[in-house]
Design a protein around this ligand. Structure first.
Ligand SMILES: Cc1ncc(COP(=O)(O)O)c(C=O)c1O
Length: 460
């Protein structure tokens, strides 16, 4: 009899979760969660909701940083995973060609008909690393251009194209890459003229701050890149798989056909780590140019059967349930309901984004009373007001959201793509209540702001 019993283990030791994390893992996570009162115990989940140990439901507007595209425990994906385990497949022999990766590649490429081949890895950052390597090799050039404030993952290659000092500092030397502003075609051309650029990597909607590329930018950038024999890499790790109301966000405008497209997160429905780099035949042919080079880029877990089966199930569910069209209409409703609030609240400055990737930006209020409070927060640390909104959304209204990056007064909503009108109404009602509190000087909220200020000052 096996000594391993998962149910028993969790029953016996589940209560130690925060202590175990503090002792053996990144100790700052439990510390942060205790500080902002997010140190809850969640026991089960379904769809866009999870339930805590008191049986209370919580609305998920974060989707596990975007991986839970179809919500938690979608029955079709669960069944696919049960089936793949029950099939007892000879997976990862590494010296055969199993059918599932080929079938998933075939299905995925239907959404990007100008592309021909797929490399399967295990995460978003790996999908980006693959694209960077392939672009460098295929062009024979060393430098990659990226955007200020960009986020493409945290392994060293992806870090070289990260647009935030906070992530990069202390990890030098990185690769010889160069940042330009999102939308700055003149800077792109200036850098391309130096002749050493392999590619430009870009998020069609930047995750940090939720900034869409300006209209026409991606197409014009693509033309410039191709003129200078460099490649366009679209990082669709967050924006892909329907998130923005198109299957890929680059498809929002006609004529954009990136040479490489990075996918991960929602591709396996949040169950199994997965990443995919889609690319043109010409690029793949160069990288895998001879039999000797068959393993020149590979990953031990890449294309494993669980990830592939989950991916196939996800794409099928997306088609069967009309997910992309649903995202478009629910996203429009949510954005419209939030935009209506802008004239009501002087601290609320902007609502932007596409589909179900929405940024809510706060800014300097006009009235004297609020302005002094706002200034106090800004002096301590930018981004504290947005944090002050995220906290009561969870604590009072049981809705999980996140600030959209450090030092930003922006909340980002990336809920599961399956949400509908009830979730929109619940969020808008809660957000309105939090805004009312903030604007009527709600003691508790600003008291919490002062606590955050003290912590910010203490950590300088
Ligand atoms: C646009 C983008 N690229 C890459 C990544 C990295 O993905 P992963 O965390 O799976 O490595 C992320 C993660 O948030 C992302 O948003």
């Amino acid at each position: 009899m096996s000594g391993f019993d998962l149910t028993k283990l969790l029953a016996e030791r589940g209560d130690e979760r925060y202590d175990l994390h503090a002792k053996y893992l990144n100790h700052q996570l439990p510390r942060m969660l205790h500080t902002i009162g997010f140190d809850r115990v969640y026991e089960r989940a379904e769809g866009a909701y999870f339930w805590d140990d008191a049986g209370q439901d919580h609305l998920d507007m974060l989707a596990g940083f975007g991986v839970m595209g179809l919500g938690r425990h979608h029955p079709v994906i669960r069944q696919a995973l049960h089936d793949v385990l029950d099939a007892g497949l000879a997976d990862l022999t590494r010296f055969d060609c199993p059918p599932l990766p080929g079938l998933l590649a075939e299905k995925l490429l239907r959404y990007a008909p100008h592309l021909d081949r797929v490399f399967f890895g295990n995460s978003g950052t790996e999908a980006v690393e693959t694209a960077l390597k392939f672009a460098r090799y295929a062009t024979g050039k060393p430098r990659v251009l990226y955007c200020t404030h960009a986020f493409h993952g945290l392994t060293t290659g992806s870090l070289s194209v990260n647009g935030e000092a906070g992530f990069r500092d202390g990890f030098a030397p990185l690769l010889p890459d160069t940042a330009i502003e999102l939308g700055d075609l003149a800077a792109l051309e200036r850098e391309l003229k130096r002749g050493d650029v392999a590619a430009f990597v870009v998020e069609p909607i930047q995750g940090k701050g939720v900034h869409p590329a300006p209209p026409g930018f991606l197409r014009a950038a693509q033309d410039l890149l191709h003129k200078h024999k460099a490649l366009l890499i679209a990082d669709e790790v967050q924006t892909g798989l329907g998130r923005t109301g198109d299957f890929f966000a680059y498809q929002h405008e006609p004529g954009v056909e990136p040479d490489l497209v990075c996918v991960a997160k929602a591709l396996s429905g949040g169950y199994v780590p997965v990443g995919a780099t889609l690319g043109k035949e010409s690029v793949f042919r160069k990288v895998y140019s001879s039999m000797d080079r068959v393993l020149v880029h590979s990953a031990s877990f890449g294309a494993n059967a669980q990830a592939m089966a989950a991916g196939l199930a996800v794409l099928t569910v997306m088609e069967d349930e009309g997910i992309v069209a649903g995202v478009r209409s629910t996203g429009e409703l949510l954005r419209a309901r939030l935009t209506e609030l802008i004239p009501e609240y002087e601290l609320l400055h902007d609502v932007r984004g596409r589909g179900l990737m929405i940024g809510i930006e706060f800014g300097r209020p006009k009235s004297l009373k609020l302005r002094s409070r706002w200034t106090m927060l800004q002096a301590a640390r930018k981004g504290l007001f947005a944090q002050m909104v995220v906290v009561p959304l969870l604590q009072k209204h049981r809705i999980l959201t996140q600030v959209s990056g450090d030092h930003l007064e922006v909340i980002k909503l990336i809920p599961p793509l399956i949400i509908g009108e009830p979730e929109v109404e619940r969020f808008v009602a809660a957000f309105t209540a939090v805004m009312d509190d903030a604007h009527t000087g709600g003691g508790l909220m600003w008291d919490f702001g002062r606590t955050l200020v003290k912590q910010a000052v203490a950590h300088r």
